[in-house]
Design a protein around this ligand. Sequence first.
Ligand SMILES: N[C@@H](CCC(=O)N[C@@H](CS)C(=O)NCC(=O)O)C(=O)O
Length: 218
Amino acid sequence: MLKIYGGDRSSPSNKVRFTANVLGLQYEYIKVNLRAGEHRQPEFLKINPAGKIPAIDDGGFYLFESNAIIRYLADKNNSALYPKGLKERAIVDEWIDFGSMHVGAAMSKVTYNRLYAPSRGESVDERSIQDGLAFLGRFLPVVDDQLGKNKYVTGPTMTLADLNMLALLDPAEASEVDVSKYKNIVRWRNALKKEAFYTKCHKDYLDTVKDIMAGLKK
Ligand SMILES: N[C@@H](CCC(=O)N[C@@H](CS)C(=O)NCC(=O)O)C(=O)O
């Protein structure tokens, strides 16, 4: 059976679970304890030499990097989540790349400093938070405009670009990034967060983070 190595607080890991859930795949979810350093142990480094989650083991075929994994899973299962047509696929790739490289990178700056650094006792980089917020202020309107034209990120049907963007935006509330003024993003996000592929993974990222944080304080 497919094995997904991940963590509940890891958005890239959740993205892989969202995709596997949409595809209706049976899989074993193996939580890697980053705090305990399990990702740096030799057994895990055989699966992902970069020592990061997510990673998968598909019958002895190892793969890391969430976007490579979701493309592989969709293609392997011949899914319309990753269209085969040259231009349709290019547009899905365009929005996956834009999401990860710009929206996700900016969100990470804020999430890291508002959520992770304090929970690890590391110093908080306020400048990085402001940079992240400025980039989000520039890029979220682009996503919002796109969702004003389409039901989903790339058109009338859901694709990997939606699952990627949904996971990237999941930490918004936990990181105190206000997305409420982006009405199309709100509409699209609220609808997707009710879907079984999402609720099977978690009720809401904010609740997941609160539970994990409460556990850390015990
Ligand atoms: N670009 C990677 C990001 C993976 C990543 O940074 N994962 C984090 C958890 S969200 C991790 O494993 N951190 C542990 C470390 O870097 O040591 C992907 O999309 O899979």
